[in-house]
Design a protein around this ligand. Structure first.
Ligand SMILES: O=C(NC1CCCCC1)[C@H]([C@@H]1CCCCO1)n1c(-c2ccc(Cl)cc2)nc2cc(F)c(Cl)cc21
Length: 218
């Protein structure tokens, strides 16, 4: 049973990434808005586009704090951002949905999103993903590292120097793996479960264009 230990450098790396992740929250809290008022399908669609747009800006700022990211080829940086923006948006939506809320709030939030205009066929896979993320009860360091690992996916379209991205992603995966072992000692397969969510996330993201195109406007 090897003793898992996070090195000083890995500790520092994790702090930089987690602080950056927490700093770059979405300006106005979309969950609060949805809990306060009931919006029409058009208003919900507008809210989603506004949120997604501000999320992209947040993502760009966040990646600047990923050690090594700015040393990548500039065009590769853009390819990584473009390739991960939708996944990062769904991952953040899942994390917002899974936040501990006063009793009854999550149910209201779910109901409002179910009725927001999204086509029926996408509701189930989307909430299955949100609930599978919620069940992991990730600590904020794990959330930040999981988003970082998603951004640093080497096989995004148009990435030229995949090796350089792979090296960075490996560095982050090593920290995440150790963190999972230390945070969830009772669950040796926790890290594997976490990575399995990234596969589900990629599938959900394939629906994104169709989800927008089929938004049920009145
Ligand atoms: O604005 C949203 N998410 C932002 C995106 C940037 C990061 C912060 C969260 C959307 C909007 C809100 C208005 C109704 C329709 O869903 N949203 C989605 C969602 C995302 C993609 C599509 Cl195509 C459909 C729905 N899932 C959510 C889960 C949630 F818990 C909350 Cl609070 C909002 C959620």
């Amino acid at each position: 049973k090897e003793k898992v230990e996070i090195t000083k450098e890995q500790q520092a790396l994790m702090k930089i990434i987690t602080d950056a992740y927490n700093r770059h929250q979405i300006p106005q809290d979309v969950a609060k808005k949805l809990l306060q008022d009931q919006y029409s399908a058009e208003e919900n669609f507008l809210l989603l586009t506004e949120m997604a747009t501000s999320q992209v800006q947040v993502l760009v700022e966040f990646t600047k704090n990923i050690p090594g990211f700015l040393s990548l080829d500039r065009e590769d940086q853009i390819a990584l951002l473009k390739g991960s923006a939708v996944e990062a948006m769904f991952l953040r939506s899942a994390q917002v949905f899974s936040r501990k809320m006063p009793s009854g709030h999550t149910e209201v939030l779910e109901e409002r999103i179910r009725k927001s205009g999204i086509s029926e066929e996408f509701i189930t896979p989307m909430f299955n993903f949100y609930k599978s993320i919620g069940e992991l009860h990730m600590v904020q360091e794990e959330q930040a590292l999981l988003t970082t690992v998603t951004i640093l996916t080497p096989d995004r379209p148009y990435v030229k120097d995949q090796q350089a991205v792979e090296r960075l992603q490996e560095t982050m995966l090593d920290v995440l793996r150790k963190l999972c072992v230390l945070q969830h000692p009772q669950e040796p397969q926790y890290f594997a479960r976490l990575l399995g969510r990234l596969t589900e996330l990629r599938t959900l993201s394939h629906y994104h264009t169709e989800m927008l195109a089929s938004w049920r406007m009145n």
